[in-house]
Ligand binder design. Structure first.
Ligand code: PMT
Length: 398
């Protein structure tokens, strides 16, 4: 847990008192803890106590005493993990329905990191159909649920509903962050983002890839201790520097091709998440094309298929994983690409699925394998897809 940045969201339930122990355990393990409380949570446990224990300011309102804004976007982006504990039925319901009427919720909706949730409520509430549905919905979006434990509840009743004990939450966190030694020191090549194929100095042929999927994959490998060479197309935001990351920026498919060929030789695992232009203008010009005629035509020539090429060079110790972005006949096209490009696995995403594909923070993918085996995943954050992909790759390397 050393150096991990944990955002701890505390909502208003009696189990909030357990967060004092939780914060203490987190700090002792070397984590950097930032606490956000809902206004109701401050009734159960004092922000001062949590501030002293976390050695950090505690936020519960949109502005501080000097009327300065508590920036929820910044809080959300800095964290390695957002743990909401205790998560009350009210907070879970709002998370599932897109309601953000306090700082904890606005931070949740701005966050890009993995989310863990430790529900706490009375047993009948915990079993209520609507609340189960909300929890299931969040789980499908990639939230990791730490189930409530059984025991005596604040109401005096006995059953499942009390927040998991801080020591058990710590075990989950340690398990989550623990790199499997399998990938430590492995060399991984990842591509992300679009390519831009120049027409003239102001125009290009490109696509809608934001690079989010590829970046999430690079981060997930780094979290496992792998050395990542990330070949990034234009417009993709930079990842924070890291001694396990070697970043190469390219613009065109041909540049991506050259960079991939150079680094593929030494790679143990290659994941091609970039959306590469299949064609480029036959001739690009150095001066802006003026609109002097009613029509112009652009002659296009084929770009190298990078993945196909790498597939012919792959040796037995290397794993090669591609993506397939389809709009119809998805499974068949994915199977075809898998075979033709000599891949070990292909990640299929379809533009027919809401929340999947270009630009979104979520994706809905299926892992397709050579033996026609297929693992269909629900819609989840791209970070969670990346985590699942890395786990799948670990099992392929067994
Ligand atoms: O970047 P985001 O906004 O997060 O969006 C993510 C994504 C939709 C771009 C990603 O999930 C994805 O599907 N990437 C692959 C897109 C694509 O080009 O798919 P394809 O089916 O056309 O290509 C198949 C595979 O061949 C891909 O691995 C691609 O990287 C590779 N390819 C394609 C063309 C080419 N000339 N060379 C290649 O290597």
């Amino acid at each position: 847990m050393n150096g991990k940045r944990i955002l701890l969201g505390i909502s208003g339930g009696i189990a909030a008192y357990k967060c004092c122990t939780l914060v203490r355990l987190l700090v002792t393990s070397g984590a950097h803890v930032q606490v956000i409380m809902t206004p109701d949570a401050t009734q159960f446990v004092s922000p001062l106590t949590l501030s002293v224990l976390s050695k950090n300011k505690v936020y519960s309102t949109f502005t501080n005493q000097d009327l300065e804004w508590n920036n929820h976007v910044k809080l959300a982006l800095e964290a390695d993990l957002f743990l909401i504990a205790p998560a009350t039925a009210n907070t879970i319901g709002k998370m599932a329905q897109g309601i953000c009427d306090n700082l904890l919720l606005t931070t949740y909706f701005s966050s890009k990191c993995p989310i863990m949730l430790a529900p706490a409520m009375d047993l009948d509430m915990y079993q209520h159909h609507t609340i189960s549905e909300n929890i299931n919905k969040l789980q499908k979006l990639g939230t990791i649920i730490i189930p409530a434990e059984e025991g005596e509840l604040a109401s005096g009743l006995y059953g499942q509903g009390r927040m998991a004990e801080p020591e058990n939450i710590m075990l989950q966190l340690e398990h989550f962050f623990k790199p499997t030694t399998k990938l430590i020191g492995k060399k991984v090549l990842v591509t992300a983002g679009p390519t831009y194929e120049k027409i003239d100095p102001v125009r290009f042929i490109g696509n809608h890839s934001s690079g989010k999927m590829g970046l999430a994959i690079a981060k997930a490998f780094i979290a496992q201790g792998a050395h990542v060479t990330l070949i990034c197309g234009p417009g993709v935001p930079a990842l924070p520097s890291n001694n396990l990351l070697h970043l190469i920026n390219i613009s065109t498919a041909q540049e991506m091709y050259l960079a991939c060929i150079e680094h593929f030789k030494e790679s143990d695992i290659t994941v091609m998440a970039a959306a590469v232009a299949d064609y480029r203008p036959e001739h690009s010009v150095e001066q802006k094309i003026k609109k002097t005629t009613e029509q112009i035509s652009l002659s296009l020539v084929k770009n190298p298929d990078i993945l196909l090429n790498l597939g012919t060079k792959k040796n037995k110790r290397q794993l090669l994983i591609g993506f397939a972005l389809e709009t119809h006949n998805e499974e068949n096209f994915a199977q075809e690409k898998l075979k033709k490009k000599n891949l070990d696995m292909i990640v299929l995403n379809s533009l027919n699925d809401i929340g999947a594909g270009f630009g979104t923070d979520t994706n809905k993918v299926s892992f397709v394998f050579n033996n026609k085996k297929m693992r269909v995943l629900p819609l989840m954050s791209k970070e969670k897809v990346a985590y699942e992909l890395v786990q799948e790759i670990i099992s392929l390397t067994l």
